[in-house]
Each structure stands twice: as structure tokens, then as C-alpha cells.
Ligand binder design. Sequence first.
Ligand SMILES: [Fe+2]
Ligand SMILES: [Fe+2]
Length: 481
Amino acid sequence: MNIMNVDYSTKIPNNVNLSEDRQVLKALEGWHPGYIDWWHDMGPDGFQQSLVYLRTAYSVDPRGWAKFDYVKMPDYRWGILLAPQEENRTIPFGERYGEPAWQEVPGEHRAMLRRLIVIQGDTEPASVEQQRHLGKTAPSLYDLRNLFQVNVEEGRHLWAMVYLLQKYFGRDGREEADELLRRRSGDADSPRMLGAFNEATPDWLSFFMFTYFTDRDGKMQLHSLAQSGFDPLSRTCRFMLTEEAHHMFVGETGITRVVQRTVDAMREAGIDDPTDIAKVRALGVIDLPTIQKKLNLHYSLSLDLFGSEVSTNAANAFNAGIKGRYRETQIEDDHRLQSDTYPVLKLVNGEIKRVDEPALTALNMRLRDDYTQDCVKGLLRWNKVISSAGYGYKLTLPNVAFHRAIGEFKDVHATPDGVLIDDATWNKRKGEWIPSTADGDFIASLMTPVTEAGEFAPWISPPKVGIDNKPGDFEYVKIET
Ligand SMILES: [Fe+2]
Ligand SMILES: [Fe+2]
């Protein structure tokens, strides 16, 4: 078969020749009903009978891989799609650098590999669970469609990880695949594995922040796993990245549109001071300081996803050839890092200082730095919107010591500028930096759904272009209740 094209003749669309891999096909078919049950229980609340204008992958050729059509979400064809195998691919880093990439799981790294796949897999359904109520308050059909596109693709990413578990990890893999459907975001007894994936996504500004900042952590993790010496993992992640780009687009343009609407409304009303919160809110738009607070929250929660700055697990995964660096193959060094160092931000005698650590144990810090650089691009765009409207206000990323639950700074409090403060000051002032209940209530008060084609809620601007180049009044979701 042509690896580029997806086989839709089996129940589970795929480009991995499942029709000749009976055992794995059977295992996946056995898992399928549980997945559909999960989708009905924990997927988007409502809209399951609505026709949604969704893209579905028909190929893994980056030049043309998706087609758009109206689909009811439960009928979406979740499939197994791997990027084409690169001929003679070698392990691009670690102690086995230069050796042929593995097509089967190397026995000595089985547990580590399984754990990484399970952690990645766990985030995918978690975000669907976190976002399940948002359909009810979508600011437009365009946004509603984007939410559902993200949701079905996160569902597919779960399939991607479950395929690896069932194909390569035997009985343990099947058990892990079942567990992925059992855990629930925010559940007291069986929560999802990572902190940020147990937080609420209560409103659409949170959704945009989540897709901008938290999906971007996903991008960084997928990039490092795409370097893996375990070739099936690498190929899976490479294709997931193609889809993931849209999720971050939704976040970036979503925040841009919120900021745009706010500054437009301020200008029309003749408001000069963007920090005059009461006046701005009276216009029915979200004031910039509150947007900054949401940004502080989601960025800091996402930084926690990178784990401890100094980590022997990260070093082991690199040495083993399992998880590489961001754009590993484009880095010019020996790809072994045995005697290199990397500067790590640490708490030294009550001060935040850069300290050189062995590069191998500092890999989480390095990936996090790459992430921060990637995050900055959006801020430049948003600040451009603000300055073009004639305002001096600037959105900024908070200091890495701010509001952390994992790593070097988890036991201290810091302001967004990185000034260390005591507990009492934090408790007194945190409402200035992360959204308070009152902020949440205000945003919630704006979240009234708009379901008329071409109409948008008054707190957000329309997008510049439609999805699949559709015109502004296109009916992206045909709502059926
Ligand atoms: Fe994903
Ligand atoms: Fe995503």
C-alpha cells in the first residue's frame, strides 16, 4: 500500500496496514467501544448530533493531507496515522548515536518508553475533558467549529498513543490503554497525570490561553519525541505535529481577536488608560490587565509541565536515545552531551541565579527555554495590536519563578517580575497577578453563546480569514439539539 494514503476500508482508518495486522486490529477494535463511550461521557457536552465542518486526514503528505466536510462528531473517523518511514534513519542522539533507529522496542528501555507514551497519551483526552462545557458559550459558529476540531484531533492523538501501546507493549500496553479511558481530568480519585491537565478551562479566554500555552508545551514534547530512536514513536509524533499547529493557531488568533476587540472598544469610547478596569469592563470587553492575569496563570501552569529543571530522568531518556532535544538534528554539537554544561535558573541563597549544570541533566530546562522563546512570538503580535491602537500597555511573560508548583521555585513566592516575596505578601497581592473569583465572574458574565452564522460575541473580533477560506457568514456548525 501507499504509506501516504490512509486506508478507510477498516473500521479504524490507518496507514499502518492494519488489515494485515490482525492482532493489533482486533485489540484496537476491542478498545473502540470504550473510546466511544468515553467520548459520549466526557467529550463535548451537547452538539453530538450537529453537523460540524471538520477536517479529516486522508493522507500524511504535508503538501495536502486533510479534507473538509460536515461530520457529526461521533462519526469522525479517528485513525492511526504515521509520517512516512525515513529510509536508513539513525538514532540522532545519546549513547547509541548513529546506530540504526529501532523498529521494535529495545528491551532495556521498555519501561521508560512506555511511561513516556502513557504520559503523552494521558494529556490528549484530558484536554477534551477540560473543554467539554465550552460549546455552550461559544462566541460564534467559527469558534465552535475550531473547538470541536481541536477536540476530535486530541481524541485522535489518544488513538495514536494507544496504537503504540497495543502494538508494541503487549498486555501491559493494553492495560495502559484502558487506564487512559479511566482517568478523568480533575477527578479526586483518579485524576489525569499532569497538573495543568486537571485545571478547569472555565471560559473562552482560558481556552485560547490553553491552546496557546499548554498545547505549545505539547508541541515541544512531541518535537523531542519525534527525535526518538524508537522509529514508530518518531513517526507518530511527526504527524501529530501537523495537526497540533492548528491548535496553537486557534490560541494565538483567539487572543489576538480578544485584544483587538478590547482596544477597538477603548478607542471608540475615548478611554486613554487601559488600566481603568471598571471603565473598560463597562464596555463589555475584557480589560488588558485581566488578559495579562490569565496569561500569567496559563504560562506558569504550562512551565510546570516541563518538570524539574535538573532531572536524571531526562538525562536517562536522552542517553538511551528515547527523547531528544527540540530540533535535535539541526543542532551542531556531538549529540551526546557527556561533558557539556547548560545554564539553569536556580534559587541560590534566596536569589534567582544562573548556574551551570551538566547539559544532560539540564535537558528539561533547555526544552523549557526553547518553549519560552516560542511563546514570545505571540506576545509580539498581541502587543503590536495594542500599540497600533495607540496604547502603551504591554503584555509580558511572567518570570519563571512566578506561581510555580514544580521545580526550583515551587517552595517560594515571586512577583511576575521575579522579586521574591513572603507568604503574607503573596496572599495579599496574588489577586493582582492571577485571576480572582471576581475576574472569573466578570469573564463568565460575557460568555453568552452566539449561534447565528457570521455573528460574533461583542467581546471578540471576527477572524481575518475563514477556515478553509470560507466566507464570513459560513455556517460552520449546523446546530441540532
Ligand atoms: Fe494533542
Ligand atoms: Fe493540541
